[in-house]
Structures are given as structure tokens and as C-alpha cells.
Design a protein around this ligand. Sequence first.
Ligand code: IPM
Ligand code: MG
Length: 377
Amino acid sequence: MSGGGIRARAPEPGKRTMAEYDIAVIAGDGIGPEVTREAWKVLDATADVYGFRTRRRDYPFGTDHWLATNELFPDEAFEEVRGMNAVFLGAIGDPRAPVGLVEHGVIMRMRVGLDLFVNLRPIKLYDARLCPLKDKRPEDVDMVIVRENTEDAYTAKPEYTDKGGPDEVASQPMRYTRRGTERIVRYAFELARARSHLGGKERKLLLIDKTNAVPAQDLWTRVFAEVGREYPDVKTDHAYIDAACMWMVKNPEWFDVAVTTNLFGDIITDLGAMIQGGMGIAASGNIHPGRVSLFEPIHGSAPKYAGKSVACPVAAIMAASMMCDYLGEKAAAGAIEQAVKDLLASRRLKGVGTGDHPTNEVGDMIVAEVRAVAARV
Ligand code: IPM
Ligand code: MG
């Protein structure tokens, strides 16, 4: 799962070489900058404790920058980012820009331009009181949704005939390639195999599609079966997307790893975020194994809460944890996760909702707890 790659650095005589990572930071719109500030507060403190460094490079892209300069993501900056180890994104989107413009110019540009074909979305409940479902415990909600991230309607060209007229037809096909499907399915099998030792519940890989209504998706069915033959040790299952939504609410404990298309993955992971405690805690990684990859909270920019210090930064902090994991800093990643878990379980963190704590207080608490976690081991 890791493989961000470390920049080679000549060791100084008598000193242990310290890993250093080049990270592009796009704090973005709305609450993006304030949650990013907390995530970096935690990341810097954690790096200090676990002995690595980050070289951070900030980029101003987002709606303000677009309004001021008409620029979304200039090629020169894009090429710079391509050479880094990771990208951290706060949030993008603002009603002052046309719908989807900045999202496409920044997030989609990186997902497609950097070929970040895996959108990894862990759904893990850290404390029972955060779950809106009756009687569900942390052991019941622990899954990973592997969302394809470069194909589907998301990257197909929208087409219109008779636009605005009475015979208007608008289309944007759900297009899948064998190569695109195979690489995400293979990634999901690898992940399911890696999690199979975790025990606890039945471990398996679930394919989610809608082949009963969209027969072209049988490409996914066929590829899943073909790749699955190489993983006889991984148990597999299948659900249509509508049923998968139903099961996720009724029996989330049945889910372990699930793989699905870009659009279905987008939708079901918002549902997943709610059962783990909401948008204040859900994080994701946009990954191309071995190359620069992007980490972000799932939530949007929530412009109405911007600058009020009410946004919950835990999702951004969990994205920083995922980034550490990707970079190979497993102990640091685990410590951040453990700190969040401990603070929630002990109720020092009242919740992950808007206004539960001042934004900066949450970062401070997690920094202190990361130090406490590190001191325990
Ligand atoms: C997400 C978001 C994006 C998506 C938007 C902002 C384009 O909803 O990361 O899930 O649809 O993928
Ligand atoms: Mg979404």
C-alpha cells in the first residue's frame, strides 16, 4: 500500500539519515485553510516524534485564486507537483464560481492528470456514539471502499444536441476500459488479501455494480471473476449498488473491502461517512501506487462555516494519517489514528460535528495525545 518514495539524500557523517518528503499543500476554499492548519500542526508534531521531515510547498489554487487571476492550476505548478511525494488538499468549491469549475480544474485535474486511479475510502467507527445506526459498535463498522477514480461518467465528455431546445438530449456515458477496471480490481484484491489476517469478522471482497440495469458494467463482472482466479484465498461477493446502500445501513458488519465504479463509489462513500460519524471524520486517499498521491478529507469547503473556527478538522487530520501511511511512516500514521480513537473513547473529544470544539483546540488535543501514544510504546 505504501510506496510514496523517499527523496535520496546524502547521509551526513555521524548522523542517521532522516526521511524527508516533499508535499504540495492546497488548502483551498472555505474551511479548507483552517482544517489544513490543524492537520499540519498534527503532522509536524508527529514527524518530530517519529523522526521524519516534510518539506511543504503551498499552492494558492482555489476559488479566490481563480477569481483574482482567472487561473486554475497552471501547467508549471502541475509539473512541480508531479515530482513530489504527496499532495494534501483541504477543500475545494465555492458558490462564487460556476458549478464544478474549480473542482474540475483542481481535484479532477490531479485525479486524472496524475492518474490517481485508486480512491481509497476507509470507513471505520471509532466510538459507538458517533454512529447514527442503532446498536452498532466499532467492530461492526470497519470497511474500506475502493473507488475507481479515473473513468466512468466523471471523465467522459458531456454531449448535447438541441441544447436549450425542446428536443434536447444530454449525455455523458459511463465508460469503462478493461485496463482501468482491471487495475482497480487487482488493487482491491491485494487490499482484501492484506486485510485477511485481521480476523474479527468474515474477510472478503465485494464487487458493487448495477449490471442488472446497466449491462455494460458486465465488464466489471468478467474482470472481477478473471482477476479473482489469481486470488483463490480471497472470498468474494457481489451486490448491486442499490442493495449495497441498503445493506450498509442494515448490516454494515457484512462489509470488509468493496470495489466499485467512480460514480457509485462517490455516492456510497458519503453514506459510509455518515455511519462512521459524519463528514467531520471521513478521509480519503487518491492514489497511484508508487507515485505522487493526493490525500484529502471527504467533506467539502462549507463556505458558510469558514473563518468561524467551528469546522471539525478531524477528517483532515485523518487524511494526514493516511498520507503518513502511504509514505511508509506506518508508526506515525497509527499514532494519529490511535490519538483520535483515544480522545473519542474518553470523550475528551466531544464529537466530530461542526462547533463541537473550536477548530484549533482539536489540533492541540490531538498533538498532545499523539505524544502520549508515542510515550506509551
Ligand atoms: C468527492 C467529491 C468530488 C467527487 C467532487 C468535489 C467533484 O464529492 O471527492 O467525493 O465527486 O468525486
Ligand atoms: Mg463525493
